[in-house]
Design a protein around this ligand. Structure first.
Ligand SMILES: *Cc1c(COP(=O)(O)O)cnc(C)c1O
Length: 385
Protein backbone atom coordinates (compact mmCIF):
# COMPACT_ATOMS: atom_id res chain seq x y z
CA UNK A 1 0.00 0.00 0.00
CA UNK A 2 2.68 2.43 1.11
CA UNK A 3 5.12 1.29 -1.62
CA UNK A 4 2.46 1.60 -4.31
CA UNK A 5 1.68 5.12 -3.16
CA UNK A 6 5.30 6.19 -3.43
CA UNK A 7 5.74 4.55 -6.85
CA UNK A 8 2.69 6.45 -8.06
CA UNK A 9 3.90 9.72 -6.56
CA UNK A 10 7.30 9.29 -8.22
CA UNK A 11 5.65 8.82 -11.62
CA UNK A 12 3.43 11.84 -11.08
CA UNK A 13 6.38 13.92 -9.96
CA UNK A 14 8.22 13.08 -13.20
CA UNK A 15 5.23 14.20 -15.26
CA UNK A 16 4.86 17.28 -13.10
CA UNK A 17 8.46 18.28 -13.72
CA UNK A 18 8.33 17.50 -17.46
CA UNK A 19 5.03 19.22 -18.19
CA UNK A 20 5.45 22.30 -16.08
CA UNK A 21 9.23 22.52 -16.03
CA UNK A 22 9.06 23.01 -12.26
CA UNK A 23 12.53 22.95 -10.75
CA UNK A 24 13.13 21.62 -7.26
CA UNK A 25 16.35 21.79 -5.30
CA UNK A 26 18.25 18.58 -6.07
CA UNK A 27 18.84 17.91 -2.37
CA UNK A 28 15.16 16.90 -2.14
CA UNK A 29 15.80 13.72 -4.16
CA UNK A 30 17.53 12.15 -1.21
CA UNK A 31 15.11 13.17 1.57
CA UNK A 32 12.43 10.90 3.02
CA UNK A 33 9.46 12.64 4.66
CA UNK A 34 9.61 12.33 8.45
CA UNK A 35 7.04 9.85 9.67
CA UNK A 36 5.56 11.10 12.93
CA UNK A 37 3.78 8.68 15.27
CA UNK A 38 0.39 7.67 13.87
CA UNK A 39 -2.34 9.98 15.18
CA UNK A 40 -5.24 8.51 17.16
CA UNK A 41 -7.67 9.80 14.50
CA UNK A 42 -6.05 7.58 11.84
CA UNK A 43 -6.47 4.41 13.92
CA UNK A 44 -10.09 5.33 14.59
CA UNK A 45 -10.68 5.79 10.85
CA UNK A 46 -8.70 2.82 9.53
CA UNK A 47 -9.63 0.16 12.08
CA UNK A 48 -13.01 1.33 13.34
CA UNK A 49 -11.82 1.50 16.94
CA UNK A 50 -13.53 3.91 19.34
CA UNK A 51 -11.25 6.89 20.18
CA UNK A 52 -11.43 6.10 23.91
CA UNK A 53 -10.08 2.58 23.23
CA UNK A 54 -7.00 3.77 21.36
CA UNK A 55 -3.80 3.76 23.42
CA UNK A 56 -1.07 5.91 21.91
CA UNK A 57 2.39 5.13 23.25
CA UNK A 58 4.27 6.25 20.17
CA UNK A 59 5.41 9.86 20.38
CA UNK A 60 6.96 10.16 23.86
CA UNK A 61 4.20 12.48 24.97
CA UNK A 62 3.61 12.99 28.67
CA UNK A 63 0.91 10.47 29.68
CA UNK A 64 -0.29 12.52 32.67
CA UNK A 65 -1.95 14.96 30.31
CA UNK A 66 -2.01 18.74 30.39
CA UNK A 67 -0.90 20.44 33.57
CA UNK A 68 -4.04 22.17 35.01
CA UNK A 69 -1.97 25.32 35.65
CA UNK A 70 -1.17 25.38 31.93
CA UNK A 71 -4.83 24.96 30.98
CA UNK A 72 -5.66 27.97 33.14
CA UNK A 73 -3.01 30.07 31.39
CA UNK A 74 -4.41 29.08 28.00
CA UNK A 75 -7.90 30.16 29.05
CA UNK A 76 -6.70 33.47 30.42
CA UNK A 77 -4.98 34.23 27.09
CA UNK A 78 -8.09 33.39 25.08
CA UNK A 79 -8.72 36.97 23.95
CA UNK A 80 -5.22 37.79 22.73
CA UNK A 81 -5.31 36.00 19.37
CA UNK A 82 -5.35 39.22 17.32
CA UNK A 83 -2.01 40.43 18.72
CA UNK A 84 1.42 39.22 17.67
CA UNK A 85 3.36 37.71 20.57
CA UNK A 86 6.24 39.55 22.28
CA UNK A 87 8.99 38.84 19.78
CA UNK A 88 11.76 39.58 22.29
CA UNK A 89 10.38 36.67 24.38
CA UNK A 90 11.75 38.58 27.33
CA UNK A 91 9.72 36.86 30.04
CA UNK A 92 10.42 33.34 28.84
CA UNK A 93 14.13 34.09 28.52
CA UNK A 94 14.09 35.52 32.05
CA UNK A 95 12.39 32.37 33.33
CA UNK A 96 14.85 30.11 31.53
CA UNK A 97 17.88 32.11 32.60
CA UNK A 98 16.73 31.88 36.22
CA UNK A 99 16.06 28.16 35.87
CA UNK A 100 19.48 27.39 34.38
CA UNK A 101 21.54 30.21 35.90
CA UNK A 102 22.56 31.66 32.52
CA UNK A 103 22.05 35.06 30.83
CA UNK A 104 19.23 36.01 28.43
CA UNK A 105 21.78 36.50 25.67
CA UNK A 106 22.75 32.82 25.94
CA UNK A 107 19.27 31.71 24.86
CA UNK A 108 17.41 31.22 21.58
CA UNK A 109 13.81 29.95 21.55
CA UNK A 110 12.39 27.75 18.80
CA UNK A 111 9.07 26.20 17.82
CA UNK A 112 10.24 23.05 19.55
CA UNK A 113 13.96 22.35 19.84
CA UNK A 114 13.37 20.96 16.36
CA UNK A 115 13.33 24.51 15.04
CA UNK A 116 16.58 25.32 16.86
CA UNK A 117 18.09 22.28 15.11
CA UNK A 118 16.91 23.77 11.83
CA UNK A 119 18.49 27.16 12.63
CA UNK A 120 21.77 25.43 13.46
CA UNK A 121 21.76 23.39 10.30
CA UNK A 122 21.02 26.39 8.07
CA UNK A 123 23.56 28.59 9.84
CA UNK A 124 26.42 26.11 9.55
CA UNK A 125 25.89 23.63 6.71
CA UNK A 126 26.26 23.77 2.93
CA UNK A 127 26.96 21.41 0.04
CA UNK A 128 30.57 20.77 0.96
CA UNK A 129 29.89 20.31 4.67
CA UNK A 130 29.32 17.15 6.68
CA UNK A 131 27.81 16.07 9.99
CA UNK A 132 28.57 13.20 12.34
CA UNK A 133 26.10 11.32 14.55
CA UNK A 134 25.60 7.91 16.12
CA UNK A 135 24.29 4.97 14.05
CA UNK A 136 20.74 5.28 15.37
CA UNK A 137 19.64 8.69 16.63
CA UNK A 138 17.07 11.48 16.20
CA UNK A 139 15.91 11.44 12.56
CA UNK A 140 15.71 15.22 12.14
CA UNK A 141 19.52 15.67 12.28
CA UNK A 142 19.80 13.81 9.01
CA UNK A 143 16.81 15.51 7.37
CA UNK A 144 18.02 19.04 8.17
CA UNK A 145 21.55 18.20 7.04
CA UNK A 146 20.27 16.76 3.77
CA UNK A 147 18.19 19.89 3.17
CA UNK A 148 21.49 21.76 3.11
CA UNK A 149 23.09 19.19 0.81
CA UNK A 150 25.57 18.17 3.52
CA UNK A 151 27.07 14.69 3.88
CA UNK A 152 26.02 12.44 6.74
CA UNK A 153 28.48 10.25 8.62
CA UNK A 154 27.49 7.82 11.34
CA UNK A 155 29.44 5.83 13.89
CA UNK A 156 28.98 2.03 14.03
CA UNK A 157 27.04 1.91 17.34
CA UNK A 158 23.86 3.59 18.47
CA UNK A 159 25.62 4.36 21.76
CA UNK A 160 27.88 7.42 21.72
CA UNK A 161 31.30 5.74 21.94
CA UNK A 162 34.34 7.97 22.33
CA UNK A 163 36.63 5.88 20.11
CA UNK A 164 34.10 5.65 17.31
CA UNK A 165 33.37 9.38 17.38
CA UNK A 166 37.08 10.25 17.46
CA UNK A 167 37.96 7.99 14.58
CA UNK A 168 35.19 9.40 12.39
CA UNK A 169 35.92 12.97 13.53
CA UNK A 170 39.59 12.71 12.57
CA UNK A 171 38.72 11.17 9.23
CA UNK A 172 35.93 13.53 8.13
CA UNK A 173 36.38 16.74 10.17
CA UNK A 174 32.60 17.36 10.15
CA UNK A 175 31.10 20.85 10.61
CA UNK A 176 28.65 19.52 13.22
CA UNK A 177 28.71 16.61 15.69
CA UNK A 178 25.37 15.61 17.22
CA UNK A 179 25.41 14.07 20.70
CA UNK A 180 21.91 13.00 21.69
CA UNK A 181 21.80 12.18 25.39
CA UNK A 182 19.57 10.52 26.34
CA UNK A 183 19.32 9.14 22.83
CA UNK A 184 16.09 8.84 20.86
CA UNK A 185 14.86 6.28 19.66
CA UNK A 186 17.07 3.92 21.69
CA UNK A 187 16.75 5.36 25.22
CA UNK A 188 20.39 4.92 26.27
CA UNK A 189 22.41 7.86 27.59
CA UNK A 190 25.98 9.06 27.63
CA UNK A 191 27.46 10.13 30.97
CA UNK A 192 28.47 13.73 31.53
CA UNK A 193 32.09 12.61 31.82
CA UNK A 194 31.98 10.88 28.42
CA UNK A 195 30.27 13.84 26.76
CA UNK A 196 32.93 16.21 28.13
CA UNK A 197 35.65 13.83 26.97
CA UNK A 198 34.39 14.02 23.38
CA UNK A 199 33.94 17.81 23.58
CA UNK A 200 37.49 18.31 24.86
CA UNK A 201 39.01 16.16 22.11
CA UNK A 202 37.30 18.06 19.29
CA UNK A 203 38.69 21.18 17.63
CA UNK A 204 36.75 24.45 18.21
CA UNK A 205 35.99 24.63 14.48
CA UNK A 206 33.43 21.85 14.85
CA UNK A 207 30.07 22.72 16.41
CA UNK A 208 28.88 20.17 18.96
CA UNK A 209 25.13 19.96 19.50
CA UNK A 210 24.20 18.31 22.80
CA UNK A 211 20.52 17.41 22.46
CA UNK A 212 19.04 16.91 25.94
CA UNK A 213 15.32 16.54 25.09
CA UNK A 214 14.93 13.87 27.80
CA UNK A 215 17.44 15.21 30.31
CA UNK A 216 14.87 15.55 33.13
CA UNK A 217 14.41 11.75 33.14
CA UNK A 218 18.13 10.95 32.93
CA UNK A 219 19.08 13.41 35.67
CA UNK A 220 16.45 11.90 37.98
CA UNK A 221 17.68 8.37 37.32
CA UNK A 222 21.42 8.87 37.73
CA UNK A 223 23.29 12.12 38.56
CA UNK A 224 26.30 10.91 36.54
CA UNK A 225 24.14 11.42 33.44
CA UNK A 226 22.87 14.87 34.39
CA UNK A 227 24.09 17.64 32.08
CA UNK A 228 23.13 21.30 32.53
CA UNK A 229 23.63 24.18 30.09
CA UNK A 230 26.20 25.60 32.50
CA UNK A 231 28.32 22.44 32.26
CA UNK A 232 28.79 23.29 28.57
CA UNK A 233 28.93 27.11 28.50
CA UNK A 234 32.68 27.09 28.99
CA UNK A 235 33.10 25.61 25.52
CA UNK A 236 32.68 28.14 22.69
CA UNK A 237 31.71 25.51 20.11
CA UNK A 238 28.95 23.72 22.04
CA UNK A 239 25.19 24.31 22.16
CA UNK A 240 22.77 22.72 24.65
CA UNK A 241 19.24 21.94 23.44
CA UNK A 242 16.21 21.44 25.67
CA UNK A 243 12.47 21.21 25.14
CA UNK A 244 9.14 21.63 26.91
CA UNK A 245 7.64 18.80 24.85
CA UNK A 246 8.56 15.81 26.98
CA UNK A 247 8.78 16.05 30.80
CA UNK A 248 6.85 19.36 30.84
CA UNK A 249 4.04 17.85 28.79
CA UNK A 250 3.80 20.67 26.22
CA UNK A 251 4.35 18.76 22.97
CA UNK A 252 1.35 20.43 21.34
CA UNK A 253 2.58 23.92 22.19
CA UNK A 254 5.93 23.63 20.35
CA UNK A 255 8.54 25.32 22.55
CA UNK A 256 12.23 24.42 22.78
CA UNK A 257 15.47 26.28 23.38
CA UNK A 258 19.17 26.41 22.61
CA UNK A 259 21.73 27.68 25.14
CA UNK A 260 25.24 28.71 24.11
CA UNK A 261 27.68 31.59 23.72
CA UNK A 262 26.05 34.95 22.80
CA UNK A 263 28.11 35.08 19.57
CA UNK A 264 26.80 31.73 18.41
CA UNK A 265 23.24 32.56 19.47
CA UNK A 266 23.45 35.82 17.44
CA UNK A 267 24.35 33.88 14.31
CA UNK A 268 21.38 31.54 14.83
CA UNK A 269 19.10 34.55 15.24
CA UNK A 270 19.76 35.40 11.59
CA UNK A 271 17.86 32.23 10.64
CA UNK A 272 14.87 32.89 12.91
CA UNK A 273 11.60 34.14 11.43
CA UNK A 274 9.83 36.78 13.57
CA UNK A 275 7.11 35.57 15.96
CA UNK A 276 8.23 31.96 15.69
CA UNK A 277 6.41 31.06 18.93
CA UNK A 278 2.71 31.74 19.41
CA UNK A 279 1.33 33.90 22.25
CA UNK A 280 -0.12 30.82 23.94
CA UNK A 281 3.11 28.84 23.59
CA UNK A 282 5.09 31.65 25.21
CA UNK A 283 2.61 31.97 28.07
CA UNK A 284 2.49 28.26 28.87
CA UNK A 285 6.26 27.82 28.70
CA UNK A 286 6.69 30.67 31.21
CA UNK A 287 4.16 28.94 33.47
CA UNK A 288 5.93 25.58 33.06
CA UNK A 289 9.24 27.09 34.22
CA UNK A 290 7.58 27.97 37.55
CA UNK A 291 5.90 24.61 37.88
CA UNK A 292 8.40 21.93 38.86
CA UNK A 293 5.73 19.85 40.62
CA UNK A 294 4.31 18.64 37.35
CA UNK A 295 7.70 17.41 36.15
CA UNK A 296 8.38 15.68 39.47
CA UNK A 297 4.99 13.98 39.31
CA UNK A 298 5.64 12.87 35.72
CA UNK A 299 9.01 11.42 36.64
CA UNK A 300 7.64 9.60 39.71
CA UNK A 301 4.91 7.91 37.65
CA UNK A 302 7.43 7.06 34.97
CA UNK A 303 9.95 5.51 37.35
CA UNK A 304 7.27 3.32 38.87
CA UNK A 305 5.76 2.20 35.56
CA UNK A 306 8.96 1.54 33.61
CA UNK A 307 9.81 -1.24 36.07
CA UNK A 308 6.81 -3.15 34.75
CA UNK A 309 8.24 -2.94 31.23
CA UNK A 310 11.63 -4.18 32.37
CA UNK A 311 10.07 -7.04 34.34
CA UNK A 312 7.86 -8.01 31.40
CA UNK A 313 10.78 -8.25 29.02
CA UNK A 314 12.73 -10.38 31.51
CA UNK A 315 9.75 -12.71 31.92
CA UNK A 316 9.30 -13.05 28.17
CA UNK A 317 12.99 -13.58 27.50
CA UNK A 318 13.76 -10.73 25.09
CA UNK A 319 16.11 -7.83 25.70
CA UNK A 320 15.51 -4.16 26.30
CA UNK A 321 17.86 -1.18 26.23
CA UNK A 322 18.26 0.36 29.67
CA UNK A 323 16.28 3.59 29.42
CA UNK A 324 17.13 7.12 30.59
CA UNK A 325 14.05 8.53 28.84
CA UNK A 326 10.25 8.37 29.04
CA UNK A 327 10.17 5.37 26.67
CA UNK A 328 11.69 1.89 26.46
CA UNK A 329 13.10 0.04 23.47
CA UNK A 330 12.45 -3.70 23.20
CA UNK A 331 14.98 -5.62 21.10
CA UNK A 332 13.80 -8.77 19.32
CA UNK A 333 15.59 -11.87 18.01
CA UNK A 334 14.70 -13.25 14.54
CA UNK A 335 11.81 -15.27 15.97
CA UNK A 336 9.94 -12.01 16.55
CA UNK A 337 9.35 -9.42 13.83
CA UNK A 338 8.93 -5.80 14.92
CA UNK A 339 6.88 -4.86 11.83
CA UNK A 340 4.41 -7.72 12.26
CA UNK A 341 4.09 -7.01 15.97
CA UNK A 342 3.53 -3.28 15.41
CA UNK A 343 0.85 -3.93 12.79
CA UNK A 344 -0.95 -6.48 14.98
CA UNK A 345 -0.93 -4.00 17.88
CA UNK A 346 -2.23 -1.21 15.64
CA UNK A 347 -5.23 -3.32 14.62
CA UNK A 348 -6.00 -3.59 18.32
CA UNK A 349 -5.75 0.17 18.75
CA UNK A 350 -2.28 0.22 20.34
CA UNK A 351 0.09 2.69 18.69
CA UNK A 352 3.80 2.16 19.37
CA UNK A 353 6.91 2.98 17.27
CA UNK A 354 8.35 0.31 15.00
CA UNK A 355 12.11 0.82 14.63
CA UNK A 356 12.42 -1.22 11.40
CA UNK A 357 13.06 2.03 9.47
CA UNK A 358 16.18 2.47 11.64
CA UNK A 359 17.24 -1.04 10.60
CA UNK A 360 16.53 -2.36 14.08
CA UNK A 361 14.26 -5.31 14.83
CA UNK A 362 12.89 -3.40 17.78
CA UNK A 363 9.93 -1.38 19.03
CA UNK A 364 9.90 1.81 21.07
CA UNK A 365 7.11 2.21 23.61
CA UNK A 366 6.38 5.44 25.47
CA UNK A 367 5.70 4.58 29.11
CA UNK A 368 2.03 5.36 29.72
CA UNK A 369 -0.22 5.65 32.75
CA UNK A 370 -0.84 2.48 34.81
CA UNK A 371 -4.08 1.94 32.92
CA UNK A 372 -2.58 2.45 29.47
CA UNK A 373 0.24 0.08 30.35
CA UNK A 374 -2.27 -2.57 31.53
CA UNK A 375 -3.92 -2.41 28.10
CA UNK A 376 -0.56 -2.58 26.35
CA UNK A 377 0.59 -5.67 28.27
CA UNK A 378 -2.71 -7.46 27.70
CA UNK A 379 -2.60 -6.98 23.91
CA UNK A 380 1.15 -7.41 23.58
CA UNK A 381 1.04 -10.77 25.43
CA UNK A 382 -1.70 -11.97 23.09
CA UNK A 383 0.09 -10.74 19.97
CA UNK A 384 3.39 -12.45 20.77
CA UNK A 385 1.77 -15.68 22.05
C1 LIG B 1 11.34 15.23 20.96
C2 LIG B 1 12.76 15.50 20.61
C3 LIG B 1 13.22 16.76 20.21
C4 LIG B 1 12.43 17.98 19.95
O1 LIG B 1 11.17 18.02 20.27
P1 LIG B 1 10.37 19.39 20.08
O2 LIG B 1 8.99 18.96 20.34
O3 LIG B 1 10.62 19.87 18.68
O4 LIG B 1 10.94 20.33 21.08
C5 LIG B 1 14.57 16.94 19.96
N1 LIG B 1 15.42 15.94 20.09
C6 LIG B 1 15.02 14.72 20.45
C7 LIG B 1 16.03 13.66 20.60
C8 LIG B 1 13.67 14.45 20.71
O5 LIG B 1 13.31 13.22 21.03
Amino acid sequence: MKLKYWALMLKRLKTFKKEYGMRFNKVLRDIKIYEAGKPIEMVVRDYGIAPEDVVKLASNENPIGTNPAVSRVIRSNADLAHLYPDDSMFELKEALSAKFDVEDENIIIGAGSDQVLEFISRAVLHENASVLMSAVTFAMYEIYAKQMGAKIYRTASYEHKYDEFMEAYRMYKPEIIYLCTPNNPTGDATSKEEVLEIIKAVDKKTLIVVDCAYMEYAAAKDPAYAITPNDLLGFENVIYLGTFSKAHGLGGMRVGYGISQPELIQELYKMRPPFNISTLSLAVAIEACKNDDFVLKSIALHQEQIQRYEAFSNEQGFKYIESYTNFITYLFDEDMDSTKISEALLKRGIIIRNLASYEMNAIRITIGTAKQNDVFFKHFSEVIA
